[in-house]
Design a protein around this ligand. Structure first.
Ligand SMILES: CC(C)(COP(=O)(O)OP(=O)(O)OC[C@H]1O[C@@H](n2cnc3c(N)ncnc32)[C@H](O)[C@@H]1OP(=O)(O)O)[C@@H](O)C(=O)NCCC(=O)NCCS
Length: 196
């Protein structure tokens, strides 16, 4: 696998580099304010031009192996339905930050968890990371659940840390180490029902 252009395949989703042709899908899903309200720094309104510019930037970042902002593709339609990324890749300390979102029609089907696990695998096994961390608003229950299902531990809560929509919100810090991820994926494999 080419690390600058990863293609990670799961059962229902594929995670791959974004292409120019994905701009419309990004625009459609990220234009939904229910998604934008949880994503710090997402421009609103989220226009098609902004999506196209982001895709070009993400391709450069992947090539330079600085950050990986990848598309979550539904295998059955081959459409981009969300995004998952490893940001702030720190090669000295071998740490990076995980982020994700998925289009509203696809919520609560386990698809982001599947995509996040693929990216953890990529981060720990291919990129040689030691630690992956994530931040989320304390009220973002779905996001916290995804992290917990992937084996992240809550490492602290930053009280009243972020001003969002004129209100101070708490921010949760989660983290997972390579050793914990290895144990988590071994346990998950053991639990899988035998097919034969
Ligand atoms: C957070 C987000 C990516 C989750 O995606 P998803 O594909 O729905 O996630 P999954 O289906 O893999 O897991 C969601 C879990 O949260 C649970 N959940 C969702 N809303 C919940 C609620 N209000 N109370 C309790 N649990 C809830 C689901 O039941 C599921 O858990 P389960 O598998 O144990 O039943 C999606 O909601 C999203 O894009 N939100 C907007 C952007 C965002 O918040 N990004 C993260 C920023 S840090």
């Amino acid at each position: 696998m080419n690390s600058a252009n990863p293609i990670l395949a799961g059962k229902r989703v594929l995670v791959r580099r974004l292409k120019a042709a994905d701009a419309e899908d990004l625009h459609r899903h990220l234009g939904n304010r229910e998604i934008g309200r949880w994503l710090i720094g997402l421009p609103q309104p989220y226009t098609r031009q902004i999506a196209a510019r982001f895709i070009r930037w993400s391709q450069r970042q992947s090539r330079l192996q600085k950050e990986f902002h990848l598309g979550i593709v539904l295998q059955s339609t081959q459409k981009v339905i969300g995004g998952v990324g490893l940001k702030r890749v720190d090669t000295q300390h071998r740490c990076a930050e995980l982020g994700f979102w998925i289009g509203k029609p696809y919520w609560n089907q386990g698809l982001t968890t599947e995509a996040a696990r693929l990216l953890l695998d990529f981060g720990f096994r291919r990129q040689g990371l030691h630690r992956i961390y994530a931040h989320t608003f304390d009220k973002n229950i779905a996001s916290r659940r995804v992290l917990e299902k992937c084996g992240f531990q809550l490492e602290g809560v930053m009280r009243e840390a972020v001003v969002r929509h004129h209100q101070r919100r708490a921010f949760c810090n989660y983290g997972i180490l390579k050793s914990e991820y290895r144990n988590e994926s071994v346990q998950r494999k053991k639990k899988r029902p035998r097919t034969s």
